[in-house]
Design a protein around this ligand. Structure first.
Ligand code: CTP
Ligand code: MG
Length: 208
């Protein structure tokens, strides 16, 4: 089965304070860490979208950047893995779990997810309305794997925004399943996240 990774590394990094993908994490740029992880996992082709060496120019919204990447995917690709460059601590294990579940062949999409740790409440401004049952909720990560044809159909079907790719496939009625993600595969969103990622890598190096 031929798999291609599309790593999205565009966007303005509003919450980070600047575009974040060339920020250094233990001497390696964020986007490069994701590329290395997919190469190590044996992905056949890696397409990068964003203002990084070898990257395709990004689009205004995340889904537009994904569409630009999809257009560059080799036509004989069966499964495409969409990954946020902002998740530099992705491991070969998480990639393998997603790919192995895809290979079963019975679904359109596979996403890595982790349980929600905090209590979740519905609010309206200052008012707390209710406590939501978190046992049926998960936090969703990338890489998310899709049959290439299904994700292309989902992009063609509408122009609505989406915070992840699976949401677009779900809208089309596609079958999406979850596999275990990794708490350390968090997204670098604010500067403090980079400090946490750096601390994680230092601790891992000390254990070696
Ligand atoms: N992304 C992208 N193109 C966009 C917007 C986002 O490729 N137009 C990518 C980012 O590079 C990132 C992932 O989508 O890897 C998740 O986006 P996010 O963390 O929201 O990054 P930004 O949109 O840059 O940050 P912010 O929302 O704080 O502006
Ligand atoms: Mg964003």
């Amino acid at each position: 089965m031929r798999t291609t990774a599309v790593i999205v590394a565009a966007g303005s990094g509003t919450r980070f304070g600047r575009p974040k993908h060339r920020a250094l994490l233990a001497n390696i740029e964020l986007w490069q860490r994701s590329v290395d992880a997919f190469v190590a996992a044996g992905t056949d082709q890696v397409v990068v979208v964003g203002d990084v060496p070898g990257g395709l120019p990004g689009g205004p919204r995340r889904r537009d950047s994904v569409a630009i990447g999809l257009a560059a995917v080799a036509p004989d690709t069966e499964w495409v893995l969409i990954h946020d460059a902002a998740r530099p601590l992705v491991t070969a294990e998480v990639i393998a779990r997603v790919v192995e579940r895809s290979m079963v062949g019975d679904v359109d999409g596979v996403i890595p997810a982790v349980p929600v740790a905090d209590t979740i409440k519905r609010v309206d401004g200052e008012s707390v309305l209710e406590t939501v049952d978190r046992s049926t909720l998960v936090s969703v990560q990338t890489p998310q794997a899709f049959r290439l044809s299904v994700l292309r159909d989902a992009h063609a079907a509408d122009q609505l925004d989406a915070t992840d790719d699976a949401a677009m496939v779900e809208r089309l009625g596609g079958t999406v399943v979850q596999v275990m993600g990794d708490p350390m595969n968090f997204k670098i969103t604010v500067p403090e996240d980079l400090v946490l990622a750096d601390a994680h890598l230092r601790a891992a190096a000390d254990r070696e």
